[in-house]
Design a protein around this ligand. Structure first.
Ligand code: PMP
Length: 385
């Protein structure tokens, strides 16, 4: 039998990707995924963008590893250069490229707890030692952050400051500034992962933490949540010198991300109707967020506690009386899928066994109503701890 590598063996499979198979059953309602609603994909704009591809036949040729120059330019910040942007196969690939470029086995990476599962998998595969700092509603606990930075040789700090997956938290301006200055003080690089940044339902956008940083910072963006995830286009913005090793790894990994998809996305985001699409998307998701919050408040307020997030895709709820994994199993029997919170802790840490993540973007209001009524039945069947 061919032996599997140690790093793959020690990486836990994604519960969410596994549960996706179950949620594809016709009668299952899923609050589990991080999926945008396919009914809201901007198909008219995408079709027009696809038609334009025929006018650029060379787009179907091999291309540059860095990505299409016009798309990179479109993604620039003021005073930036195209060299400061690398197009990736989803922002997930950017995480992998950073880990493979900068981490040796045993290097220390600091993550928020809870944290995005896909990032934890990448750091496991890189055989990093994962440390955590508590994610509070307005950003990481600063005393704990400084304690970690001062006492361990942390190399990278991975964070999702805008509407975090899974907690929905959005960092305050003061914590953004405080984190940026702590990272500079201890010379720790930042990976700011921001796929939900454009899905804001209230309040004004805050500056990115990478913009406030004076030390090395990578800002990761994605078209998955605002256009479509299946096109698999994301990007990483950082100083050219920081990106150079990533380009080398990407050459070895997939040569470059699919050019027709990059061009289609550029035409899509430049389309005069794209702003209208974004408005429709955020209005629909805001209504669904409010609806789910109202249902939970009305029907389950004695069984779970939660805050309403200002954006993103998830409500993170705590169960004062129940174990989340038992509830997730009871919920599947009632044909509703949820994700138990334990999945969002690194494997060598004690997780919160009493939290669940609920997605509100993929189901319509009547479906959300049905899903909450099934969740209520599951809670009644599930014995309290
Ligand atoms: N980062 C976070 C925090 C995510 O939630 C996701 C997707 N669920 C990704 C990265 C990966 O997104 P992409 O489709 O751009 O690879």
């Amino acid at each position: 039998m061919l032996a599997v590598s140690k790093r793959v063996k020690q990486t836990k499979p994604s519960y969410i990707r596994n549960i996706l198979k179950v949620t594809q059953q016709a009668d299952m309602l899923s609050l589990a995924g991080g999926l945008p609603d396919a009914e809201l994909f901007p198909l008219d704009i995408l079709t027009q963008a696809a038609d334009e591809l025929a006018q650029s036949p060379s787009i179907f040729q091999y291309g540059a590893t860095e990505g299409l120059t016009e798309l990179r330019q479109w993604l620039l910040e003021e005073n930036g250069a195209a060299e400061d942007v690398l197009i990736t196969t989803g922002s997930q690939q950017a995480l992998d490229l950073i880990a493979r470029s900068y981490l040796n086995p045993g290097d220390k990476v600091l993550c928020e707890a809870p944290s995005y599962l896909g990032a934890l998998q990448v750091f496991d595969l890189a055989e990093a030692e994962i440390h955590t700092v508590i994610a509070e509603a307005d950003g990481p606990n600063l005393a704990q952050l400084e304690q970690q930075l001062a006492n361990y040789k942390i190399k990278l700090f991975y964070a999702v400051p805008d509407f975090q997956n899974p907690s929905g938290h959005c960092w305050s301006l003061s914590k953004r500034k405080a984190v940026a200055s702590l990272l500079a003080k201890y010379n720790v690089a930042l990976i700011e992962d921001a796929p939900y940044r454009q899905l804001r339902y209230q309040g004004e956008p805050l500056p990115t933490v990478s913009k406030l940083s004076s030390y090395a910072a990578f800002h990761l963006g994605s078209f998955s949540k605002i256009a479509t995830p299946g096109m698999r286009v994301g990007y990483v913005r950082a100083k050219q010198a920081l990106l150079a090793p990533l380009i080398k790894v990407k050459q070895a990994s997939d040569l470059h991300s699919a050019q027709p998809m990059q061009l289609m996305l550029l035409a899509t985001v430049r389309h005069p109707s794209f702003t209208e699409h974004l408005d429709k998307l955020t209005n629909t998701y805001r209504t669904r967020r409010d609806y789910l919050a109202e249902l939970l408040q009305q029907q389950l307020s004695d069984k779970l506690e939660f805050n309403v997030p200002q954006g993103g895709m998830f409500i993170w709820a705590r169960l004062p009386h129940h174990n989340a994994m038992s509830l997730a199993e009871a919920a599947l029997r009632q044909k509703v899928a949820i994700v138990p919170g334990d999945e969002f802790w690194p494997s060598n840490h004690t997780p919160d066994y009493q939290a669940i993540r609920l997605n509100f973007t993929a189901l319509t209001e009547p479906q959300l109503e049905q899903a909450v009524s099934r969740l209520k039945k599951a809670l009644l069947q599930c014995s309290p701890m």
